[in-house]
Ligand binder design. Structure first.
Ligand code: PFF
Length: 454
């Protein structure tokens, strides 16, 4: 191996929490509720879960395999498997990581700023209208929003410079369980609001009448985004896995925990939406407009609200660590760049383009008036990464695992050379990776292009 002794996570539990730390983030708490809200609720959720089961989990397992087998970054992994022709998958992943970071760091900045605002008591006794205005002013003052984004990027870079083990492990292991408990507390409060049942019905009643062709692609993209797959993050993380880790099981556990956190976030938000007469289709501001209301009339509301945004900011931070790790591991290992330099270079690129995203969503300025394919920079970065590059990356990974790599190799690695007895799971995995996942991705792409009729 050309790299010096490569670090690994210290135990199975550390693997689980670090991987979960990548999966659980703004995707669950911010994105899942608002996207589900915009796409009609329960029917969309149903399609999302199918995408997660039939496409997401198999791709996650495939990425773990590639990563641990080669102990390499997303690009080097394909080189080590002697499949240079497939290096482009890793390179696409590096591009996706940047595109996602451009807007993700901005949204994380909103969250950081909400920690501060909650602490100062800004939301005490707010009405729905005021909560909406506070959000609008947060994003429209893009100078301040950008400042928070810069703080986010500095925090993430600092943790990354500290290294894989110390940085990632410690943070995730402690904080995930606390976040989980806090969301359950919010759920209890949300369910006891008046009219909360309407919200639960919206989220859980399977109704396809509002599901469009475009929203099926959105569900697929959301699965990729939330599970951090299709761009080599899980290849990179797999490369730090311990030799005895049961990777299919880890993938299942991570995917279901990720789903659970999303559903709990949905149960916190939708009852509030209906109880306060707001619109589920409100878009990216949904979380920021509803959660302060849930807490505003609660004992210790201010403390709990601050804690909620604080923990959400931690979840966002661990997810970003894994995102930035993709280009950093690539630059450090393939381009032989000093790790610290790689982090700094990556941070500078994110700072530059991140500004475009943040200014473009503020409205009423020159950058916001620029449109790429009819979208502002924020939406453009988001759409190209989540709905195009990640599913495409995932498609290539399934083809690679299903048709290029030797099946025995995959089965050996995924059973830890026969040490775990998981034949049934592996058979199902091979079948899905070969015949189900790639076909579904292609069909969903074609469908969204209108190939099967309007
Ligand atoms: N899965 C993260 C979330 O749901 O917030 C976002 C993310 C992290 C996407 C890492 C992609 C990735 F590689």
């Amino acid at each position: 191996m050309q790299n010096k002794k490569r670090e690994t996570f210290s135990s199975g539990l550390a693997v689980f929490f670090a991987t979960l730390g990548s999966a659980v983030g703004l995707g669950n708490i911010w994105r899942f509720p608002y996207i589900t809200g915009m796409n009609g609720g329960g029917g969309f959720l149903f399609i999302y879960i199918l995408c997660m089961l039939l496409v997401g989990i198999p791709i996650m397992i495939s990425e773990f395999y590639i990563g641990r087998k080669t102990r390499s970054n997303a690009v080097g992994a394909f080189r080590k498997l002697n499949k240079d022709n497939f290096k482009f998958i890793g390179l696409m992943g590096v591009v996706s990581a940047f595109l996602i970071m451009f807007f993700y760091s901005g949204v994380a900045g909103w969250v950081y700023s909400y920690v501060f605002k909650s602490l100062m008591g800004t939301f005490k006794g707010v009405t729905p209208k005021q909560a909406e205005n506070l959000f609008t002013s947060t994003i429209s003052n893009y100078g301040t929003a950008y400042l928070w984004q810069v703080i986010v990027i500095v925090v993430v870079s600092t943790i990354l410079i500290m290294g894989v083990k110390n940085g990632i492990e410690k943070v995730t292991k402690t904080l995930m369980p606390i976040l989980f408990i806090l969301i359950i507390l919010i759920d209890i409060r949300a369910i006891t609001l008046s009219n909360s049942f309407e919200g639960l019905k919206f989220l859980f009643k399977i109704d396809f009448s509002k599901v469009t062709k475009a929203s099926i692609l959105v569900a697929l993209g959301l699965a990729f985004f939330k599970l951090s797959i299709g761009m080599g993050t899980m290849i990179t993380y797999g490369s730090y896995f311990t030799e005895d880790n049961d990777m299919p099981q880890t993938a299942l556990k991570v995917a279901f925990s990720d789903l659970l956190v999303s559903l709990l976030a949905g149960v916190a938000i939708f009852p509030a939406v209906f109880s306060f007469n707001m619109e589920p289709t409100a878009g990216p501001g949904l979380l920021f407009m509803t959660i302060p209301l849930v807490f505003s009339k609660m004992p210790f509301g201010r403390v709990l609200l601050t804690l909620f945004f604080l923990l959400t900011s931690f979840a966002a931070t661990t997810a970003m660590i894994s995102l930035v790790e993709v280009p950093v591991a690539y630059l450090a290992e393939e381009k032989k760049m000093d790790r610290k330099k790689a982090v700094i270079l990556t941070a500078i690129i994110i700072l530059l383009f991140g500004f475009l995203a943040t200014a473009s969503i503020a409205g009423d300025n020159f950058i916001a008036s620029i449109k790429l394919f009819g979208k502002n920079f924020f939406d453009f970065f988001d759409f190209i990464s989540s709905n195009i590059l990640l599913p495409l990356g995932g498609l290539f990974i399934t083809i690679f695992i299903g048709y290029v790599v030797k099946k025995e190799d995959v089965l050996n690695e995924l059973s830890n050379n026969g040490r775990i007895n998981n034949k049934n799971i592996l058979n199902a995995f091979v079948f899905v990776v070969k015949y189900v996942a790639p076909i579904l991705v292609v069909v969903i792409f074609l469908n969204s292009l209108g190939v099967f009729g309007k």
